[in-house]
Design a protein around this ligand. Structure first.
Ligand code: SF4
Length: 690
């Protein structure tokens, strides 16, 4: 590889973007080659630590399978290398043909994790609106954004930060931070060092659960019932923050009336916890009021009543008086940079963004189209055709539920362009594959709202023929005739300066301070001098906005579908999504030392269930859902690690090992549209060896 570093030898600070934690790192360079990555002690996010994925940035950059040349698919399905100029000309021509034939909205853009969100995502959003289509997709219609909706609906601020460092009690719902969010784990450790108690709510005995003062293992999908049980107790015992509720909230009367039915006895039935466990949890909350920090993981989002379960947890924070106080749910403030999005100038809402009619709350809060509905549009079952997609760093053919349907849809497109670092399963389906720049080959702003902090990453190296995201969108926009108006900046540096202009902080200042700087002092209880940004201006236990859209106003509990509609044919419950620290969704499985640690997908199963099925470790087991089956080796875990009747398969594995071949795309949370992938009814069958 003919890479060129910006200095021949030296150590350069920058920001890691192997995942969404954006840690400060130092890149060590010798004779024009990156040789090591270490942590930047002065960065507030990671304070010097680097996880294995961050260390592997060098493996990623120099990987022998790294895409370095544009590829075009031949009629026989193989790829040929072509010059970048030719690829861009042909892509632009095809985009105009689709626009001419079906209208601009027949084209969409899709941003994925591998090339980053934030600024990179905004380039894609800007491009597609400037092109005339409202159809922007990302994994935010199936991961992470559901909590934004829930907290946004309750308190207006989308992205509260659980101030675990200053909490008296930390409650983790369905998350395993030592593996999924190492930097957040550092904050939890800090809180624990200062004396915080820890409750972990998870059906599995995870790494964090082993450290907890209390580990509750409710039935998958029943977290909402538990949240209501805790609410019931606080109200019954009158241990809630009356001042906050009287002055700053709405809907408390009907909320408390609804809570009445969630007695410990009923909640025990619904969750399969004991009354003793439920009351013990309530008492621990009461003993530690008001500094109770709730933090929710994506597994709550992936329940079929996910948003309302999350709303109930957000309401619990209000009852505790933990809203925007140290040790509670902080409302970080944004920096106020310029916006690359064009939603004000070119809203295009009349163009009927895909899925906005089915899931109006998702679209209203995130301006995201619904990716799973998008597959139906591509397959000709939508209100209008969707015929072209540009996907940057996403691998939905692996990571979306019902993966076969995604592959079928993508294979039927008139134009699929994929930009990525590697030839992913999605890239293999593309007409054009373009090599993308890694985070070490670009410069962008990084915001840490929890610290009210901004950093600027720097370009460490360049690879001839590999362009960064901004250069790609800039070039394509100019070829399509709207570059002058919407992508006028020649370089990332110019974009960064334009973004920062209204803030008073400059690119120069950030370049001199590689760890970055605080953009605003942190203030607490901001609701005392400003309204909550909700329709009522108050913290909303009950939402008239939702009611008007036909949803229940209260965050009502609905039992998971597998309990409402029990099936003898599918007696096991499949949980997906448990993380391995060295992988992130489908990424990093091509790093050999990671692959040696976790060489294959496995069905994690309770010993009793394995015994009933006659399974030994490594026996092949077929896992069948209503839409398909996969066959994987069994891994019999310790009794305490998983509930009987529940199995776990980590997502992100390739082809026949991909658990998304059996997850559903059309069992969705009615508010967010998120797929239910943490409680999928399945059947197991041992495959006898021949
Ligand atoms: S957690 Fe790891 S991969 Fe993520 S930004 Fe930090 S060092 Fe990089």
């Amino acid at each position: 590889m003919n890479a060129k570093t910006v200095v021949k030898t030296g150590t350069l600070p920058t920001i890691c973007r192997q995942c969404d934690m954006h840690c400060g790192i130092k890149v060590h360079i010798e004779n024009g080659k990156l040789i090591k990555i270490s942590g930047l002690d002065s960065h507030p996010e990671n304070r010097g630590s680097v996880c294995p994925k961050g260390l592997a940035a060098i493996d990623t950059v120099y990987h022998e399978e790294r895409l370095l040349k544009p590829l075009k698919k031949r009629p026989d399905g193989s790829f040929e290398e072509i010059p970048l100029g030719q690829a861009m000309t042909e892509i632009a021509t095809k985009l105009l043909e689709i626009k001419e034939k079906h209208g601009a909205r027949a084209v969409g853009c899709w941003q994925g994790e591998a090339l980053g969100f934030a600024q990179q995502e905004k380039y894609a959003r800007r491009f597609i609106h400037a092109f005339g289509s409202p159809n922007f997709f990302s994994c935010d219609s199936l991961c992470w954004a559901s909590r934004y909706l829930a907290y946004g609906l309750v308190q207006g601020y989308w992205n509260p930060y659980s101030d675990v460092q200053n909490a008296n009690l930390i409650i983790l719902w369905g998350t395993n931070p030592p593996v999924s969010h190492p930097t957040f784990m550092k904050s939890i450790k800090e809180g624990r060092r200062k004396g915080a108690k820890l409750i972990v709510i998870d059906p599995r005995l995870t790494r964090i659960a082993k450290q907890a003062d209390m580990h509750l293992r409710p039935l998958p999908g029943s977290d909402g019932a538990l949240a209501w049980g805790l609410i019931h107790y606080l109200i019954e015992k009158k241990r809630y923050d009356t001042g906050f509720i009287e002055n700053y909230t709405t809907g408390f009367e009907e909320f408390s009336a609804y809570a009445k039915e969630f007695t410990p006895e009923l909640v025990a039935q619904k969750t399969d916890l004991t009354e003793h466990e439920i009351i013990g949890c309530c008492q621990m909350i009461v003993e530690n009021l008001p500094r109770v920090a709730n933090y929710v993981g994506v597994s709550i989002e992936h329940q079929d009543n996910g948003v309302n379960n999350l709303r109930a947890i957000a309401c619990l924070g209000g009852l505790c008086g933990a809203v925007d106080i140290p040790g509670g749910d902080l409302w970080p403030e944004v920096m106020g940079v310029r916006d690359l999005n064009l939603y004000e100038k070119l809203p295009l809402a009349d163009q009927k963004p895909v899925g906005a009619d089915r899931f109006p709350v998702l679209y209203s809060f995130t301006k995201e189209c619904h990716t799973m509905t998008g597959m139906d549009y591509i397959l000709g079952k939508g209100e209008y055709p969707l015929r072209g997609l540009i996907i940057c760093g996403g691998n939905p053919a692996n990571t979306n539920p019902n993966a076969q349907k995604v592959a079928q849809a993508f294979s039927s497109l008139d134009l699929l362009v994929v930009r990525d670092l590697f030839l992913s399963e999605t890239a293999k389906l593309a007409h054009y594959v373009l090599p993308a720049a890694s985070f070490l080959e670009r410069s962008e702003l990084h915001f840490y709202t929890q610290h009210q902090w901004v950093s600027l990453s720097r370009k460490i190296m360049e690879i001839p023929g590999v362009v960064d995201e901004y250069s790609f969108w800039h070039e394509l926009a100019h070829r399509l005739g709207f570059g002058e108006e919407y992508f006028p900046w020649e370089t990332e540096q110019e974009v960064n300066s334009w973004l920062l202009e209204p803030t008073g902080i400059t690119v120069d200042e950030l370049q001199k301070r590689p760890e970055g700087m605080r953009y605003k002092p942190i203030k607490h209880q901001k609701f005392r001098d400003r309204l909550f940004p909700t329709p009522s201006g108050k913290f909303e236990f009950s939402s008239h906005y939702l009611e008007e859209l036909g949803y229940p106003a209260l965050p009502e509990y609905v039992e998971p579908l597998y309990l409402r509609d029990r099936s003898k044919d599918y007696p096991f419950i499949l949980i997906t999504g448990a993380r391995k620290i060295v992988f992130l969704h489908s990424r990093f499985r091509n790093i050999q030392r990671f692959r040696r640690l976790h060489p294959r997908a496995e069905v994690e199963i309770h010993p009793e269930d394995a015994g009933r099925l006659g399974l030994q470790d490594n026996d092949q087991v077929r896992v069948m859902s209503k839409i398909g089956s996969i066959t994987l080796p069994a891994k019999i875990v310790q009794e305490a690690e998983i509930r009987p009747g529940v199995i776990q398969i980590t997502h992100g594995w390739e082809q026949e090992s991909n658990v998304n071949r059996i997850t559903f795309d059309m069992v969705n949370d009615p508010i967010s549209g998120f797929p239910q992938v943490t409680s999928v009814p399945v059947r197991l069958e041992k495959i006898d060896s021949v």
